[in-house]
Design a protein around this ligand. Structure first.
Ligand SMILES: Nc1ncnc2c1ncn2[C@@H]1O[C@H](COP(=O)(O)OP(=O)(O)OP(=O)(O)O)[C@@H](O)[C@H]1O
Ligand SMILES: [Mn+2]
Length: 273
């Protein structure tokens, strides 16, 4: 005879930590209630630490793909020394919209590191700059330009070196300006200019250094999925040649991909955001 709760008992048996993803305050209260006799450490993973959790990992995006979301939380916790290789954790997440509806058991292994945490936290550019560029790319992917799909290539961080490994395709509309990603006006400009060829170059602090850049990185040692064209190849290759992070919106399949160290780290569908 098996009781339904036995199933859950197996999932949470002997875990070293419980990761709670984006809990509401009322949901989180049950864990901090003085009468609760839970002795498992709790890690909150969320866009903001709205519940004042003691151990907290900041989520830069609400990754719609649950594996990405969990990976981000676990890689962040590994980095912070909260968990380590061999630990077993239970992840309490909302798979569908709304409240927590699943508990997923995960063994922490060095080889599960996908680089997704590293992409945001350890890029040369500020994490908030990477997040803002993602947001522009996602929005552009959702709406397109006047309803038509557009592609765009954003190269973020280490701008001086990136400028040295690229050349202008036309005059640079950002030449004398001091605008930053995340400013509402800039988002409008970036969308307008996304019809143009080439890449946007963005500094570590988010300043738009240039539009219209043709990248000329060395392409050896770049390993990206087959079928991606020149925009993706050059965007990936520049991240091997310099200490930059590329975020690419594909005109042909509408997906947003991020590259670092010559590798594809993340692939998301703007329609899910
Ligand atoms: N080396 C490069 N540097 C900057 N931009 C480039 C480079 N190569 C291509 N592009 C830009 O990418 C655009 C699309 O090229 P291509 O179709 O080969 O790329 P892709 O990877 O298939 O991207 P998409 O999925 O958007 O079609 C070009 O029109 C150009 O604006
Ligand atoms: Mn193409």
């Amino acid at each position: 005879m098996v009781a339904l709760s036995d199933l859950l008992d197996d999932v949470v048996a002997d875990v070293d930590a419980l990761f709670v993803f984006s809990p509401s305050s009322s949901y989180y209260e049950r864990f901090t209630d003085p009468d609760s006799n839970l002795d498992t450490p709790i890690v909150v993973v969320a866009p903001e630490n709205a519940v004042d959790a003691e151990t907290y990992i900041e989520l830069p995006l609400e990754f719609n793909n649950v594996r990405d979301r969990i990976r981000f939380g676990i890689e962040g916790a590994m980095e912070a020394g909260v968990v380590e290789e061999g630990d077993v954790v239970a992840c309490n997440v909302a798979v569908f919209d709304g409240d927590q509806d699943a508990v997923i058991r995960v063994r922490v292994e060095e080889k599960m590191r996908s680089g997704i945490y590293d992409l945001f936290a350890n890029s040369r550019a500020d994490p908030s700059v990477i997040r803002d560029v993602f947001e522009v790319a996602i929005e552009l992917g959702k709406k397109g330009q006047k309803g038509k799909p557009v592609g765009a290539l954003f190269v973020v961080g280490d701008a001086g070196k990136v400028m040295n490994k690229s050349r202008p395709l036309s005059y640079n509309p950002f030449e004398k300006s001091h605008v930053h990603v995340g400013d509402p006006i800039v988002n409008v400009m970036l969308k307008e200019f996304s019809r143009l060829d080439g890449a946007f170059i963005i500094s570590d602090s988010g300043k738009i250094v240039s539009a219209y850049r043709y990248l000329e990185p060395a392409a050896e040692g770049v390993d990206i999925p087959k079928g991606l064209g020149a925009r993706h190849m050059s965007g990936a290759a520049i991240t091997r040649d310099t200490n930059t992070t590329s975020i690419v919106l594909s005109e042909s399949d509408g997906l947003v991909r991020a590259f670092k160290g010559g590798k594809m780290i993340l692939e998301i569908d703007p329609e899910d955001y």
